[in-house]
Design a protein around this ligand. Structure first.
Ligand SMILES: [Cu+2]
Length: 133
């Protein structure tokens, strides 16, 4: 026989399951697709060890739009795809934000899986990586 309390118990159990499922779903989500620039990263190379972009390595799922913002109030920067060989920049032409003033942002959708390096054309010690899974 179905009683009122057993129905309530069932609803409570269902709620617990739903909460658990949604919590797992959040864990599966990739990182927030935003990258900024570290304050004063254009003045010295002291940011190199800890990362001149923040985060310096961003992992996302394919199809994600990444917002790249110049969050450094002290300088202008770029997000330019490619590598820096010593101080010799090698842009690969995949993307380029051009020069971003403080607070300006550039958005790009990453559909192709892979590891994509980028740097700042004005300060070639600034390098970062976007990993698309
Ligand atoms: Cu820069």
């Amino acid at each position: 026989m179905v009683t009122k309390s057993s129905i309530l118990g069932l609803i409570a159990a269902l709620a617990v399951v739903l909460i658990a499922v949604s919590a797992v779903g959040e864990n599966v989500d990739s990182q927030v697709p935003k990258i900024g620039t570290v304050e004063e990263s254009g003045f010295s190379q002291s940011c190199v060890e800890t990362g001149c972009y923040t985060p310096s390595i961003l992992t996302i799922k394919s199809g994600t739009v990444v917002t790249m913002t110049n969050t450094d109030p002290t300088g202008v920067h770029t997000f330019t795809s490619g590598n820096v060989d010593g101080f010799d920049p090698k842009p690969d032409g995949m993307f380029d934000s051009q020069v971003l003033m403080v607070g300006d942002a550039y958005e790009r959708k990453f559909s192709q899986k892979g590891t994509f390096d980028y740097y700042c054309t004005l300060h070639t010690w600034m390098t970062g990586q976007i990993i698309v899974e």
